[in-house]
Design a protein around this ligand. Structure first.
Ligand SMILES: Cc1cc2nc3c(=O)[nH]c(=O)nc-3n(C[C@H](O)[C@H](O)[C@H](O)COP(=O)(O)O)c2cc1C
Length: 213
């Protein structure tokens, strides 16, 4: 049995200095994201944990893959009728985190989420493998299904419906973009005195501040 309290790693891979970081969050994220994506020891560099809350404030968190990254924010794709889709319809505030443990780094976001334009969802949907397109039509994401066999039957039904023809964007499926008002970069340091630099939106500008670890 492994005692989790006995697990201990020292973080010595890097540091984060005010003199070296970008003036705004996006170029800094680009640098860290591109570094993570280029490193084969980082699995799924575009995975984030996305936290939402329902109208009563009950939180949920799950992993999704970022498929768009630009100055506006981070975009991901999902089923609009899923639990996260319903949370976001009731409460558009969300938080997300990239964790690149191989680099002893995390980047946290907090902001407002809205649906991307239908054309953007359609363009991304068209780029997906056919099995994923069938899956998006077939799966009532977050609903209870009776069995694996019932799920496979839904997929077979969707496959039969489209035959060899093109598969259109399902009306219940598409992208969301999290537009951050705070982005925090964390670099692990020796002795738990980690570096934390937060960018906070202030009108049209970004305020940069160091946080205690
Ligand atoms: C590595 C990984 C990547 C995932 N990517 C996505 C994704 O891009 N979109 C998505 O809807 N679910 C994705 N999932 C599944 C979600 O974590 C989750 O199970 C699903 O979206 C249902 O969440 P909900 O019931 O809270 O809405 C991913 C899971 C993992 C582990």
């Amino acid at each position: 049995m492994t005692d989790p309290a006995a697990l201990r790693a020292d973080y010595t891979r890097g540091n984060l200095d005010e003199a070296d970081v970008a003036d705004t969050w996006y170029p800094q994220l680009r640098l860290w994201f591109d570094t993570a994506a280029a490193d084969p020891s980082v699995l799924e560099a575009n995975a984030i944990q996305l936290a939402t809350a329902d109208a009563a404030g009950r939180p949920s968190v799950r992993t999704v893959l970022v498929k768009g990254l630009d100055e506006r924010g981070i975009a991901f794709f999902t089923n609009y009728d899923s639990a996260k889709g319903r949370d976001l319809a009731a409460n558009p505030r969300a938080a997300a985190v990239f964790v690149w443990l191989a680099h002893q780094r995390q980047v946290r976001f907090s902001g407002t989420v809205s649906r991307v334009a239908t054309e953007e969802s359609a363009a991304y949907f068209a780029s997906r493998p056919r099995e994923s397109q069938i899956g998006a039509w077939a799966s009532p994401q977050s609903a209870v299904v009776e069995s694996r066999a019932a799920l496979d039957a839904l997929a077979a039904e969707a496959e039969a419906r489209f035959g060899d023809g093109p598969i259109p964007l399902p009306p219940h499926w598409g992208g969301f973009r999290l537009v951050p008002d705070e982005v925090e970069f964390w670099q692990g340091r020796h002795g738990r005195l980690h570096d934390r630099i937060r960018y906070r939106r202030h009108g049209d500008a970004w305020v940069r501040e160091r946080l205690a670890p």
